[in-house]
Design a protein around this ligand. Structure first.
Ligand code: ATP
Ligand code: MG
Length: 467
């Protein structure tokens, strides 16, 4: 078996640590390859020598690094590497015996339908799989709703539609019932599309499948509109979200400019990370202050938001504030019930920072300038952004990620996530991705860039100076 896995002998520099990927053969001793990849005979592909990926193809995690004086470019101290995604020469699933299940969980994200479509079309056209099923309504659908059969004709225009045709839900994660259902339905490939919570569930499914020694490949396809999942460069939907967010900022700017002392306030997605707010701020250039969860802000006093807006209105007559939904949560008063509140998946419920800010701004103006005109136009485009179909870039991403996931499972890998690492698609252990967070680094140049184009105060420094 080892011969089939090692395409040819190779060795890495001891400085490179290759992240080992689980393979079905790790726990299925009698497993044999099903044969050569059927793409060999696919009239559309004509695979050349360089078409297949083998085990010596890796993707380095770090491409930019600072070398210490003792290092040379040829021997940087340490590199983490992942196995490169793509089709393998040998596959471990016979197309007639493959039964694939696809499920979507968590919130909506542009591109979910494209991923489903590309999984169906890819399995069908690339590998000749005919038994492809959609699990309705998230994890709970495995054990509570009959799966629906999918084929290319049925999904042909799904990439034009927002949301998820398979439907999604939160909660309902019952590990035993889910894996029992996978066994009972005879699924041997499971494609799980969802956010951070979904990926943590996918790890548990993979581990239970392995414990039961089932020949079932499990892969996670991260869906995170706000880009909060680590290791991978980004997930699908993010670029679409930034594009839509920019439109909301533009509208807020028009409203603010057209009013006397007008403030345009836009709340954007981002519970734990401010990537959408940051990128939309940088691309729009109309934002005067960008507030994200990774760094604190305050309203009153020297160096606070109100003092800054006062100055801005005096100078320009208007201002635009962008706030990520997770920013300032500790500033908003919460009732005891609100402190305890959780959604069906157990996540803390966030209070509406936009609505709170709008009220606080109005109170401040009425107090300080009772006889002057003032307008706050609050735009919350969250549900509008989540529901749109993916843009061209995201659609392309969805295709690549779906096809990579198929190639990986067909090759017998399991318990992995596929996604771009430094722009090259790689296979990453699910458990690593489920733990990794992708936060905005407020110490790097991007955040400095935001501060330089907005001129907003450095709240952290101002607070320290005022103590
Ligand atoms: P998003 O936050 O982008 O909406 P998500 O995947 O994080 O997506 P959640 O509602 O948190 O959304 O989780 C989706 C599914 O994963 C739910 O069915 C939930 O029960 C399950 N889940 C969440 N966390 C875990 C966990 N730690 N273990 C097992 N299942 C989990
Ligand atoms: Mg989540």
């Amino acid at each position: 078996l080892q011969d089939h896995l090692d395409d040819h002998a190779f060795s890495f520099s001891p400085n490179i640590t290759l992240k080992k990927l689980p393979h079905l053969s790790d726990y299925l001793q009698d497993l044999q390859p099903a044969g050569p990849n059927p793409l060999d005979h696919n009239p559309f592909f004509h695979p050349s020598d360089g078409f297949y990926v083998n085990k010596s193809d890796i993707v380095l995690r770090q491409v930019a690094c600072r070398l210490s004086p003792s290092e040379t470019i040829a021997s940087p101290s340490h590199h983490l590497a992942y196995i490169r995604a793509g089709p393998r020469k040998q596959i471990f699933f016979d197309h007639c015996a493959t039964r694939a299940a696809i499920v979507t969980c968590g919130g909506l994200c542009p591109g979910m339908n494209t991923v489903i479509r590309e999984l169906v079309v890819g399995l069908w056209d690339l590998y000749g799989v005919r038994q492809i099923y959609g699990i309705k309504a998230g994890y709970r659908g495995f054990y509570s709703i009959h799966p629906i059969e999918l084929n290319p004709k049925m999904v042909h225009n799904w990439h034009r539609r927002g949301g998820t045709v398979l439907e999604t839900s939160r909660g309902g994660f019952d590990l035993t019932k889910i894996v029992d259902a996978i066994e009972n339905h005879g699924f041997n490939q499971v494609y799980i599309i969802g956010g951070d919570g979904t990926m943590r569930g996918a790890v548990k499914i993979f581990e239970e499948v392995r414990r039961r020694k089932l020949k079932v490949g499990v892969t996670g396809i991260p869906k995170t509109v706000d880009n909060d999942i680590g290791i991978i460069d980004r997930s699908f939907g993010f670029q679409t979200a930034v594009e839509m967010a920019e439109q909301a900022i533009h509208a807020a700017h028009v409203e603010a400019e057209s009013a006397v002392n007008g403030i345009g306030l836009v709340k954007l997605m981002g519970r734990s990370t401010g990537h959408i707010a940051l990128h939309a701020t940088l691309s729009s250039r109309d934002v005067d202050c960008c507030l994200i969860p990774e760094t604190e802000f305050y309203l009153e006093g020297k160096g606070g938001l109100l003092e800054f807006l006062e100055q801005r209105l005096k100078e320009r007559g208007h201002a635009v504030v962008v706030v990520a939904e997770g920013a300032g949560q500790d500033l908003i008063p919460r009732t005891t019930a609100q402190k305890e509140e959780r959604d069906e998946s157990g996540n803390m419920v966030f209070l509406d920072v936009g609505a709170w800010l709008k009220t606080e701004l109005k109170k401040w103006w009425d107090r300080e300038h009772p006889h002057e005109l003032f307008t706050v136009k609050y735009i919350d485009p969250t549900y509008m952004i989540r529901a749109v179909p993916a843009n061209a870039t995201d659609n392309l991403y969805c295709t690549l990620v779906a096809h990579s996931a198929i190639h990986g499972l067909m090759a017998g890998y399991t318990g992995f996530v596929t996604g771009p690492v430094n722009a090259n698609h790689a296979y990453i252990p699910l458990a690593d991705v489920a733990q990794a967070k992708n936060e905005v680094n407020i110490k790097d140049h991007k955040w400095e860039w935001v501060r330089s184009i907005t001129n907003q105060p450095d709240f952290v420094k101002s607070k320290q100076n005022s103590v």
